[in-house]
Design a protein. Sequence first.
Lengths: 273, 430
Amino acid sequence: MIRPPTSSWSLDIAGIWRYRDLVALFVKRDLVTAYKQTLLGPLWHVIQPLMMTLIFTFVFGSIAKLSTDGVPHLLFYLSGVVLWRYMSDCLGRTADTFGANAGLFGKVYFPRLTVPIAVVVSSLGTLAVQMALFLTMLAIYWLRGAPVTPGPLVLLFPLLIVQMAALGLGLGLTISSMTARYRDLTHIIPLAVQLWMFATPIVYPASKIPERWQWLRVVNPMTPVVELFRLAFLGVGSVTALGVVIGLSITAAILIAGLVLFSRVEKQFVDSI
Amino acid sequence: MGSRHALEVDGLWKQYRYGVIGHGTLRKDLQAWWARRRGQEDPNALVTATARRGRDGEPFWALRDVSFQVAEGEVLGIVGRNGAGKSTLLKILSRVTTPTRGEIRLRGRLSSLLEVGTGFHPELTGRENIFLNGAILGMSRQDITARFDEIVSFAEIDDFIDTPVKRYSSGMYVRLAFAVAAHLETDILLLDEVLAVGDVQFRRKCLGKMGDVARRGRTVVFVSHDATALQQLCTIGIWLSEGRLRQSGSASEVIASYLAAAMTKAASGPASLGPSLQLGELRMRPDPVVSGQPLSVTVELRSSRRLRITELCLLVYAPTGARVGIVDLRTSAGPYQALSDSVLQIEGRIETLPLVEGRYTIGLFVDSGEVREDFLDLQVVDVLSADIQSGLSAYSPAVRGYVEFPYRTVEVRQHTLNETRVATGARDPV
């Protein structure tokens, strides 16, 4: 039964489930094609965060002498870089869902959400490689007796991934729905993401945020994620249960907003190409 | 069983709004909003939207109250000129876009094939693309695995199944794309212009496959400009004209009256060749022309803004709807540069027109940067039979194909076979 669209929005979960094979194949396509015709392949996933970490270590650690709460600089920055990379990958790659798939969406119907969902899943590939790098470094430092103490909170890591995926997806869907009409926004996004990174305790610990900027820490759902991760793997981090709950609530709100906007735009998008 | 409806379309309307879709950037939308507020014309509105459809924002109906039913196992052919609403109808049926009013009831699963190879990724191998493309078209991994060998052998690409499709020839690519779609296990299949690709042999194979599909009780909806293919495949037909259902009935009836109307319709008024390009005139002289004689061609294009016309061809169609040939209107001097608000006139001469007598329709293929498209039924040209000097009565045009080969007998010699045998015998005595 095909009917005119109603103003209310609907989330076609059954439809997405029916197309789960498609999600899997999109993921496979992304993973297989990402490194075709590159010489180093997935090695780039190791080189990029390492370079970033070395730059941060040099600029923020050696020159600006920002505190890392006693954690070895390399581990401190690498943990932030790896986490941030996953969230911003999810955001950046889903933000252009409509633009990048205009041709496909104009010709075949399938649940449009399969595309951003596949992106979130295939970004896990990068995360896995970078986590392996991080864990290797952690093991090296730990064996050499550096003051790092991984704890049982490590088991929460999968949940942190889910939260970052939800956050990146929610923002990406929101942006893709807005850029389907106004492409201006695409120019602001890289800048905004960069600013957001510096507002998140990536290159400094949350404990060193001055009193007057503490509100930033509360409204930023990435802060508890990063701090909880560091607490779990490095033994240093400042999180409160309230902070985690607020972060989760904001993430959920963003995800729902993204899904609502996306389901509205997907109905009209084809007519406006 | 046969009378069950696989597809019921009831009072379908589709509205597009020109000019209020948005201009793609915030700045232009703000400009448009500011202009509207001050009662001025939107500086960024599409020219044709204002010229053809009246005021900015006025709705344009692509489909108006279209209703029809298709019983299970029928093959429905949809005919109509460019812009008649065929593609819009297919897009709504395939759920790519939504109707404005009306509803459609479908019995069973529907898959559409609006363009072959949708979602093919050049870096992936044939095998990987079969799975990806199949999944995009709605097949499960199990379905595809079950029919994988059939698809590969149908596409005739066994040796290249693990080669990235970017290394395929265009023929292989199209064959693979069609093969995936043809093996979709769905109850209703939508096809648009698919058979216009591939070589003759493969096309025939596709036609056969579509016939099989229909015989197996699946329902097919088929849109094509090729009346021959439609006639071969379809059992019932509908004819759309300006968004309205003009005729429905048996395929042969509908196609016959559609072709008849296309023939009698002289190009009345300027036809649109895209948002800012119009066909001012398409003249063939003399009219009628005698087969084998020269024909002068005048093409007049009116553009409302600067355009670079990189491709321009006349398309010649036979009364059966088959394309007889094209006339390449490009020149070695590079693309045509149409200035804004100007008329571009191209004069040419076809040295000989060796066509079998009959009424041919002329279309244009245009790539103006705005559109890259075939525009059909723009003009008709009548070809008369050449006088036959021999005084013989000609064969009926129906059996003579499309081309009249200029042939002249050079000499007719004759000798009897007996003489040769005698001569050989003489040289070689036993």
